[in-house]
Design a protein. Structure first.
Length: 365
């Protein structure tokens, strides 16, 4: 006998079911001779089912003729139970019970033995059962490993998707996962927002790297939550500068209004940040509306960015602005003037355009 079969026999868990105590002892003696030490006895079908509900077995040696619940009825319960149906069963029947044996085989019994049973046949069939059980265990272990790997793969995919969504808008990320190339689009009506902290450089010179990152993360997280709530798309941060846009990748008519709400709300976030951290940072914000080109660039590190004069003017609105104020261009003014309080400011020189009238966004009407 091969070592693997002997190991399988030693691990086999057997339930012996017979109303005859003498026959049970004979069967147990044969099992012990094969090296099987893990066995349990049941006097009838009812006791058998009760034991199977509480203890896991690999094989049942099942007598056909028993009081209360015979072998056929017991097998019917076993094969009708989702938890027990895969259990191996060898029925033991008299030579005059051929029809019952046939019925048992049809119901899923593994094999049968005739009374009085032949010890050699019993040993051969139990060895066969042990071998099948060993193969089942290998298969179960393999399937379990596959399931584990599948779950790990799904987990890694979720992490990858989450990371991708931290970098790219969902519609763009979906296109990238479909392996599209040259992901770009023209957006005729958007509003670009730039913000920059005043006093950040001085603060950075007196703050440790870890503290600086923690503080910026705190503030930008507040901005991110506000952008998500309003429906703006965060584009990127560069140092202490924050860039977002309303109206893409999904176009919307109120892009200027949500950007205006975002700009004013960022000052509320900054005030709370200063109160929490005992700081006195200030900020400038600039808005401009118009057409842009948006797309994904990069090979090993992806970046979703915007291009066009609209972006340049928005940046100029911020850099030429006044701390504590939201400065907007004429195009944004036309879109928000009816809903927000806006005051004229002054003309600002914009590269490639010339002088542009600017306005301060004060409050929502």
């Amino acid at each position: 006998m091969s070592p693997s079969i002997q190991t399988a026999l030693e691990k086999l868990r057997v339930l012996v079911v017979d109303d005859s105590r003498t026959l049970r002892k004979v069967l147990i003696r044969e099992l012990t001779g094969l090296g099987i030490l893990n066995f349990t006895e049941a006097e009838n079908g009812v006791e058998c089912i009760e034991i199977l509900r509480d203890v896991q077995f690999d094989l049942v040696l099942l007598d056909m003729e028993m009081p209360e619940l015979d072998g056929l009825g017991t097998l019917e319960v076993i094969k009708g139970s989702p938890e027990l149906r895969d259990l191996s069963v060898i029925v033991i029947a008299g030579s005059d019970q051929v029809e019952k044996v046939v019925r048992c085989i049809e119901m899923g019994a593994e094999d049968y033995l005739s009374k009085p049973f032949n010890a050699t046949l019993l040993a051969a069939r139990i060895r066969s059962c042990a071998e099948k059980q060993s193969l089942k265990n290998v298969e179960r272990s393999y399937l379990s490993q596959l399931e584990h790997e599948k779950k790990q793969l799904q987990l890694e995919q979720m992490k990858s998707d989450k990371l991708l969504l931290n970098i790219l808008p969902r519609p763009i990320a979906d296109r990238l996962k479909r392996e599209e190339i040259n992901i770009a689009g023209d957006y005729p009506n958007v509003t670009v927002l730039f913000s920059d902290l005043v006093g950040f450089t001085q603060m950075a010179s007196t703050t440790t790297a870890a503290e600086l990152v923690t503080l910026l993360n705190d503030l930008f997280t507040r901005f991110d939550k506000r952008a998500e709530a309003l429906g703006l798309e965060k584009i990127k941060t560069i140092g202490d500068a924050y860039m977002a846009v309303g109206g893409l990748p999904i176009p919307r008519n109120d892009h200027a209004e949500i950007a205006a709400h975002m700009a004013l709300g960022m000052f509320e976030d900054l005030e709370k940040f200063n109160d929490t951290n005992g700081m006195s940072l200030e900020m400038r914000v600039g808005l401009n509306s118009g057409p842009v080109i948006a797309g994904v660039i990069g090979y090993t590190k992806f970046s979703y960015d915007l291009w066009g004069n609209t972006v340049n003017v928005a940046s100029r609105m911020e850099s030429s602005g006044t701390k504590g104020k939201v400065m907007i261009s004429p195009s944004t003014y036309e879109l928000v003037n009816a809903s927000f309080t806006v005051t004229p400011n002054m003309e600002v020189e914009c590269k490639g355009i010339g002088k542009v009238m600017t306005y301060f966004l004060e409050a929502y009407r």
